[in-house]
Design a protein around this ligand. Sequence first.
Ligand SMILES: C[S@@+](CC[C@H](N)C(=O)[O-])C[C@H]1O[C@@H](n2cnc3c(N)ncnc32)[C@H](O)[C@@H]1O
Length: 354
Amino acid sequence: MKDDDKQDAEIPVPGDTAPHRRRPRYRGTHPRRFDQKYKEHDPGRYAATVEKVLASGRTPAGSHRPIMVAEVLEVLCPAAGETAVDATLGWGGHAEALLPRLLPGGRLVGLDCDPIELPRTEKRLRDLGFGPQVFSAHRSNFAGLPQVLAAEGLRFADCVVADLGVSSMQLDDPSRGFTMKALGPLDMRMNPRRGRPASQLIERTGVDALAALLADNADEPRAAELAAALAGHSFSTTTQLSAAVREALPRVTDDERELAVRRVFQALRIEVNDELGSLDVFLRQLPDCLRPGGRAAILTFHSGEDRRVKLAFRSGFRDGIYVRIADEVVRASPREQGANPRSRPAKLRWAVRA
Ligand SMILES: C[S@@+](CC[C@H](N)C(=O)[O-])C[C@H]1O[C@@H](n2cnc3c(N)ncnc32)[C@H](O)[C@@H]1O
């Protein structure tokens, strides 16, 4: 793995080293907690268990189901000898589908800012037979794509895919603090070596700024009410925050209350990781990273992301930077949405470089 964020390369993060641990004990017949699901964490040894989990529409612990793979391949049209970039490598699901189509002669450059999951994904793809000649992994924000291409001795890529947001590995692991469903530190950083955790953000953000953040990042209709209840408070765990959100909305239905918790988590995660700022930089630089005729596919998961991609592609088309762009968003098929609920909000947009 190449570390393109040299500044913080030496700061250890939880999960960087994996000391030997006893298999977790659990009550009852089935493990419930993320860390107890040792069979799901080891698909090589427990393939049948993983199949059962997939068949039930859930994502096995410690993995991620790539979304709209066929649709992404159709718009990217990867061919032998070409260079592809996966700007959000994650579990490597899209990369795994792209790589065989680039061979012989082609290669894939993968980026991800997560120092915990990236080495695992690099190992997984190496174990599948993709050596350093055909696949390289860079720990980098995708806002640094031009620098990563330069480090690889490349001027352009033939295709670029970005599948925004967090992976299931990040979301489901309570120790990363992304999930409202389990107790964990209120962190939410994709790169825990950088920036400040969500707990500090809430503590140090004023009421008006927090309200704006909840409205902008998650279209939260009760942003002002929630910001007044949360701003300046010190919550150290995910469950403390969820409880405070629920308490702040005594007069809404249970469903609305749970949606509000979900939206607060989403809004904070986006802010903690400066997701929209990185996306803006990436969209500005993307045309210069694509060779003429090169294709880009971007999967988004909420309106703030989709709006940015739509506007960038439309204005690029108007200015003659892109020759073709998606007229309409592409959605996951009903079959995929049924099999993988996480694909339901996904929107795919694509563009072809002039
Ligand atoms: C939805 S997952 C990608 C899953 C992947 N397509 C797959 O099939 O396994 C998104 C990934 O992008 C990474 N990510 C999000 N924002 C990023 C950024 N600005 N720069 C680099 N990586 C980013 C996250 O760490 C996460 O691993």
